[in-house]
Design a protein around this ligand. Structure first.
Ligand SMILES: Nc1ncnc2c1ncn2[C@@H]1O[C@H](COP(=O)(O)OP(=O)(O)OP(=O)(O)O)[C@@H](O)[C@H]1O
Ligand SMILES: [Zn+2]
Ligand SMILES: [Zn+2]
Length: 803
């Protein structure tokens, strides 16, 4: 077949389709669907994906593929089909869907360069000629930023220079130089005896290879034989040895030793949960299981044994864990059980490391991938199981295009492979639990903790009451006394500061002014570390003023609590306590997350203080106290899921205490102790919370009773943002069913970001078969304006964040 259909890397409405290209003769046997190619597009070269081959095209004049970028397909048929599905589901361009399935390293890098046209060289002005020197091309960036930009432009117009885009892979494979013998041992021996007595070093090398026929890294060879690279070179020139570059993997876990672990004998509950999963695996049947198990009930062991079943069958498994709990401790549990058969994918790896892990999967060198959201696209061909742990985590939804939810992708893939999906959680989303109740998902329950202990006892402390009795500290009497008690007993405490939706803002005590970002309608966050105020949305930053810019009072302070402030306070009230602080500041360096956790696990600290990132995945026997400093900061976010998220977080963090022999206790400090999500989290009563919250969702027409779509419109001109949102609202209002609800236009909770005004329209519906079509029509209608970026319209189907 001579013609390839190609999706080009030009994300725009007009180019969102297949283009036909002729395959040059020499690549007819090489180019296959699922490969990346370089193709001419307009005046330049771009990357493209081959989606199919054919003999005929509707177009007579076809351009030729320039060259392939892969020698084998990187997307198999199933993934190509998944790309089509994703395009529809996430309402994105096909190229974006295809790129989302691959590691960042495989996205094309375009290098814009200016070339001299060979026979026009003498027509160039001398200054330009000097700039080129002996080079045939200059980088566009250097040219445009240099002082002769306009001169270059003129020569481009004159046709003496040309502008070219080079397509490159984002990175190269990592290689190591190795030396390999080219002759059998007997011939090497012959050669050695023929050498003169002066060539002693060469003889030693030959001797080495008479005993070792396999390739050896040059560095190692020189060390073992005490020879030099010039000796190697001379044998290479004699044809005895060959020098080559062997591909190696960057293994982020290479210096780690994992003690192999054996499966536990399952408890009755665990065995009962595993059995139906194994049946589906054995019968190659698709189904979705919801594994609802309290914290510390042994869900992970069920995953491990289900994966073992899949591997025995010769198939592969995807194990998804939220980014935040993809801790070394979690990875270790899988590496200990499955050793070299595990690849790991998470954002802490460098681009190169991620690519290497991906290649291990692609080359079928591993059977299991443990990873965050994007692991759902692992290019396995015999997928036997997909597991999503902590399925309630909102990080499974990608918040940028393509806006997909890993759960939906997992189910779609599992359908193609006829295999089961396990969703696991101690606090499932209402959506999933409702489906399990209706038997759409199969419910599996683990109701008891492994150690048969009760869940930890929880005390709620009303912080308003503390203030009334004169305690101005951020620690209540109760929490303080328990902290002291643990310190005396040599036991450990986890202290969580719930930072989401809460920051340290700067306020004037005299006039009440709160300092806002000049570009966004949101207060600036104070950073104690370098004494500056920063905007988390646009990056604006400014030094802390010494007087109020409004009334010139000196009483301008920052309010709110950061982990650093808590740390300082701890140092005052419990100077003997050893504290490890974990937040974005202390964990930004590679490996620091792991180092801090290891230190805590080894008992090098009494208190682990941190943000949300310490709420999950920790399994340390000596933790007997968990303190939550401010439970309600998330409750006041303008989001219909704020109660659910608060309940989930409090339950998760409470579950860190008393997981082994020692019983655990929890203290939750709050300003709204009467709120049901806090009361019920304290009782660890998921079922009661579910009933209560479902009732509210039904009354207010929210998921899981209704589906939700959030449309956000932004523009630099406020009136334009309002009027477009209004038109969209009207358009949809007149076309959707009468029982669907279209709300808007209203200002977004953050009504301005980076000087763009933001308005939104919210749709709630039960059944709207044509909704996607209506939304596409809308996008097409505004396509001209959005292409120029003056207007932005973002459509979020099933949004997880309402801002
Ligand atoms: N069958 C078993 N026999 C003995 N110990 C077990 C068994 N299953 C699990 N465990 C141990 O019990 C502890 C809790 O199990 P695990 O961490 O798997 O629970 P989990 O439900 O995944 O926890 P969470 O959701 O709270 O993180 C772990 O230390 C684990 O090694
Ligand atoms: Zn003031
Ligand atoms: Zn800003």
């Amino acid at each position: 077949m001579d013609i390839a259909s190609v999706i080009v890397d030009v994300p725009a409405k007009q180019t969102d389709r297949e283009f036909d290209y002729r395959i040059p003769e020499k690549w007819k046997q090489v180019i296959m669907p699922g490969m990346r190619v370089i193709v001419p597009f307009g005046p330049r070269m771009v990357q493209g994906f081959v989606t199919g081959l054919k003999d005929e095209s509707d177009f007579s004049k076809l351009r030729h593929i320039k060259e392939p970028m892969d020698l084998e397909p990187i997307l198999n048929d199933e993934l190509l089909r998944l790309g089509n599905w994703l395009t529809k589901e996430a309402m994105c361009f096909r190229i974006s869907a295809l790129q989302a399935m691959l590691p960042a390293a495989m996205k094309a890098k375009y290098e814009k360069v200016i070339n001299v046209i060979e026979d026009k060289k003498d027509q160039l002005p001398p200054i330009i000629e000097t700039l080129f020197g002996r080079n045939a091309s200059l980088s566009w960036k250097e040219v445009i930023e240099g002082e002769y930009a306009s001169l270059f432009q003129k020569e481009l117009q004159n046709g003496n220079l040309e502008l070219v885009y080079n397509v490159k892979n984002r990175l190269n494979k990592k290689t190591v130089r190795v030396i390999q013998p080219l002759l059998p041992a007997s011939e090497l021996k012959e050669m050695a005896s023929g050498l003169s007595g002066q060539a002693k070093k060469q003889q030693e090398l030959l001797l080495y290879f008479m005993e070792h026929q396999e390739p050896v890294p040059l560095k190692e060879l020189l060390e073992v034989t005490h020879t030099s690279s010039s000796t190697v070179k001379s044998l290479v020139s004699k044809g005895a040895l060959a020098e080559l570059d062997q591909e190696i993997y960057r293994d982020p876990y290479e210096n780690r030793v994992f003690q192999p672990s054996n499966p536990f004998t399952l408890t009755d509950e665990q065995a009962a949960a595993l059995k139906p999963i194994q049946e589906k695996i054995h019968h190659d049947e698709h189904d979705v299981f919801l594994l609802y198990g309290v914290t510390g009930s042994g869900k992970t062991e069920v995953y491990l044994q289900a994966i073992a079943t899949v591997i025995e069958k010769g198939e592969e498994a995807i194990m998804m864990v939220p980014e935040i709990s993809l801790t070394p401790q979690t990875v270790k549990r899988f590496k200990e059980r499955f050793g070299e058969q595990v690849a790991v994918m998470h954002s802490g790896l460098s681009v190169g490391e991620k690519y290497d892990e991906w290649r291990k999967i692609h080359r079928k060198e591993v059977k299991v991938v443990v990873g965050a959201r994007s692991a759902v696209f692992a290019p396995f061909e015999n997928l036997g199981l997909v597991i999503i742990d902590e399925e309630h985590e909102s990080s499974y939804k990608q918040e940028e295009t393509p806006r997909y939810h890993a759960r939906d992708v997992a189910i779609e893939r599992a359908k193609s492979h006829q295999c089961p999906v396990i969703l696991g959680s101690a606090t499932p989303t209402l959506e999933s639990f409702a489906r399990a109740k209706k038997d759409v998902y199969k419910l599996l329950t683990l109701s008891r903790r492994m150690n048969e202990n009760a869940l930890p006892a929880v005390d709620i402390v009303d912080m308003r009451e503390e203030l009334r009795t004169g305690n101005r500290s951020m620690f209540s009497e109760l929490l303080f006394s328990k902290l002291k008690d643990r310190l005396e007993k040599g036991q450990q405490t986890v202290l969580m500061l719930n930072k989401r939706g809460h920051s340290s803002f700067v306020m004037c005590r005299s006039c009440g002014l709160v300092i806002n970002c000049p570009n966004c309608d949101i207060s600036l966050t104070y950073h104690r570390f370098n004494d500056i105020m920063k905007c988390h949305y646009c990056g604006f930053e400014e030094g802390m003023p010494s007087v109020c810019p409004e009334c010139e009072s000196e009483h301008i302070r920052f309010f709110g609590t950061g982990t650093q402030k808590v740390e300082e306070e701890l140092a005052k009230i419990l100077p003997e306590a050893r504290v490890i602080r974990m937040d974005v500041d202390t964990t930004s360096k590679k490996g620091s997350h792991e180092r801090l956790l290891n230190a805590f696990g080894e008992g090098k600290a009494d208190i682990l203080l941190g943000t949300q990132m310490i709420a999950k995945g920790l399994d340390f026997p000596n933790i007997t106290l968990v303190g939550v400093l401010s439970a309600d900061t998330m409750l006041h976010l303008p989001d219909f899921r704020s109660s659910e998220k608060t309940f989930q977080l409090l339950t998760q963090v409470s579950g860190r205490a008393g997981r082994h022999q020692l019983p655990g206790e929890v203290v939750i400090q709050t300003y709204t102790p009467e709120h049901y999500s806090i009361e019920l989290a304290a009782l660890q009563d998921y079922d009661a919370f579910y009933e209560r919250e479902m009732d509210l969702r039904r009354k207010s027409h929210y998921p899981p009773y209704y589906y939700v779509v959030l449309i956000t419109v932004s523009h630099e001109d406020l009136m334009k943002a309002v009027s477009v949102t209004e038109k969209i609202t009207n358009y949809l209002g007149s076309r959707l069913n009468r029982d669907s609800i279209v709300l808007g236009p209203v200002a977004s909770p953050i009504s301005r970001i980076n000087n763009r005004y933001r308005y939104q329209c919210l749709i709630k519906y039960k059944r709207e078969p044509d909704l996607n079509q209506h939304l596409r029509t809308l996008l097409e209608h505004y396509q001209k304006e959005t292409a120029q970026n003056h207007l932005q319209i973002s459509i979020d189907l099933n949004p997880q964040i309402m801002m």
